[in-house]
Design a binder for this molecule. Structure first.
Ligand SMILES: [Zn+2]
Length: 127
């Protein structure tokens, strides 16, 4: 399956002229540093990861400081530490707030992670 950033190559000249100064969101897979560099160079903008799934979209977004922030307008993200030994991956439990047709409530999406405390410099924009 082609990676999304590779599909951007044919648009290089057209997009480079129209996109300077804005950011691009990379969705679906975490962008590797060489992919970020290529996209940033071609489009003249920042590149930001977005985490989500088909079932629950827009779970978290990367801020300019490289930290992922939970999109609390779209989801409630919890971790389930039941039976988890320290150091093991912690499963996510996700509740989508926008899909009223097929709601996912406290859904185990099989992803793991950790929720961190603390305040980012951009806390006014991201939570
Ligand atoms: Zn941040």
């Amino acid at each position: 399956m082609p990676r999304p950033w590779l599909a951007l190559r044919p648009m290089r000249k057209q997009k480079a002229a129209t996109s300077a100064g804005s950011g691009r969101v990379y969705n679906g897979r975490k962008a590797y540093s060489h992919q970020r560099e290529t996209i940033s160079r071609v489009f003249g903008c920042g590149v930001f990861d977005c985490y989500g799934s088909s079932e629950v979209v827009n779970i978290a977004s990367e801020c300019p400081h490289g930290r992922m922030h939970v999109n609390t307008d779209f989801v409630v993200l919890e971790v389930d530490r039941a039976g988890i030994v320290s150091g093991e991956p912690v499963p996510f439990i996700v509740t989508g707030l926008w899909n009223h047709t097929m709601p996912f409530i406290r859904y185990r999406n099989e992803d793991c992670g950790e929720l961190m405390d603390g305040v980012c410099d951009l806390a006014a924009i991201f939570r």
